[in-house]
Design a protein around this ligand. Structure first.
Ligand SMILES: [Zn+2]
Ligand SMILES: [Zn+2]
Length: 389
């Protein structure tokens, strides 16, 4: 019997507006877009932020191209959740079929999402109009509390607390459950309860973590967002297994997101900060939730032979220290072979010995673990790090 496996990909993780500041590239600057491939091959897309363009450019039609149907769930109509639509190339391909789900906005009335499409592509805001979109498009209205099934998967929507309304979605697949709750502010008793219902027992709970707990109590109160601490509280209360911090503030640099993640990990066992290109598989034998990070962006790489001492934390949270060789290095990062299995998205202190004019010199660098692969030597893992200073 084959084990059902679902694959969740993060194409956009930034809130409010895209960022191109180099200080934000490690987590990524595209606005919300996730893709979930269920074990039966059904493809879901969650939100249509600018990350949707990237998904379109790497498009692999669902069901191997036979009757390619995709189900797109849109949480609400703020720019950061719809801006990728005109740039999503599969919408211009005749054979594709898209089912869109969203709510009826009181500001737009019937067919709200369809109107959003038309308005976005109206002249002079976009060079071609809707008639250029050849794919089949079907629109379905959903209300908080509604649920439906596609194949073996059940989707439920619940209202969240956000200006002009927002839906959270719960996707139950045979491989596990994903709860997607972005753009939500805690503090409304009824909607706080609906968030806990969405997250109940979820394997992956993706929650808005735009602000710090301090900002949420003061300057950003009422803006419709949440913090890592609120996510931890809900995850604990609802019995969610893995928390993913999402919708990073456009003003949060990678170092700020690192610090948010570090604090959340002190309070809850399994936490990741959503990162562009990150893939989480659900239901794999042995380890139900496995996260993978993309390779570092193209950088000049050189083979090298540096002795190095590496200190960090293992996956199970223990400190370790070991001597190794660095064999591949760029100005941005390195690939290091280790016997210890460090935790993804944790920091490693890497001390390398480099020949200098007066003998060997120690070079201290702080590395952030972006990927872990099977190593070339037995009993080793190949650990990709990005140097952060
Ligand atoms: Zn948003
Ligand atoms: Zn919003």
């Amino acid at each position: 019997m084959t084990v059902p496996i679902a694959k969740l990909s993060f194409w956009g993780v930034r809130g409010s507006t895209p960022t191109v500041d180099p200080a934000t590239w490690r987590y990524g600057g595209n606005t919300p877009c996730l893709e979930l491939i269920a074990p039966d091959g059904t493809q879901f897309i969650l939100d249509c932020g600018t990350g949707l363009r990237m998904l379109g450019s790497r498009w692999a039609a669902p069901n191997g191209g036979k009757a390619p149907e995709t189900h797109i769930l849109v949480t609400h109509y703020h720019w950061d959740h719809i801006q990728g639509i005109p740039f999503f190339s599969p919408l211009y391909v005749e054979n594709n079929e898209f089912h869109f789900y969203s709510f009826r906005s009181k500001f737009l009335g019937r067919d709200s999402l369809k109107q959003v499409f038309e308005a976005q592509m109206a002249l002079p805001y976009f060079p071609v109009d809707m008639s250029a979109m050849n794919a089949k498009r079907k629109f379905k209205e959903m209300d908080g509390g509604d649920s439906f099934t596609v194949g073996e998967n059940k989707i439920t929507a619940r209202w969240l607390n956000h200006p002009q309304g927002c839906l959270g979605f719960r996707l139950e697949t045979p491989a596990g459950t994903v709860a997607y709750a972005t753009d939500n502010e805690p503090g409304d008793a009824k909607l706080d309860e609906s968030l806990r219902e969405l997250a109940a027992g979820a394997d992956i709970f993706i929650n808005d973590a735009q602000f710090t707990p301090e900002q949420l109590e003061t300057a950003k109160k009422g803006w419709g967002h949440s913090s890592w601490m609120e996510g931890v509280k809900v995850a604990r209360h609802a019995g969610a297994k893995t928390l993913v911090l999402f919708h990073h503030d456009p003003d949060s640099t990678d170092r700020m997101v690192d610090s948010i993640l570090r604090q959340a990990r002190e309070e809850f066992d399994s936490v990741f900060a959503a990162s562009e290109g990150m893939v989480i598989t659900l239901g794999a034998p042995g380890d139900r939730v496995q996260a993978h990070m993309p390779g570092t962006r193209t950088a000049l790489r050189r083979e090298a032979q540096f002795h190095a001492r590496v200190c960090g934390v293992t996956e199970s949270g223990k400190d370790f220290e070991e001597e190794t060789m660095v064999r591949d290095i760029s100005l941005q990062g390195a690939l290091i072979s280790l016997k210890h299995l460090p935790r993804l998205q944790s920091e490693l202190q890497v001390t390398m010995e480099a020949p200098g004019t007066d003998g060997v010199q120690a070079m201290n660098l702080r590395g952030y673990v972006v990927r872990i692969d099977a190593g070339p030597e037995k009993g080793h893992v190949a650990v990709g790090v990005v140097f952060t200073d």
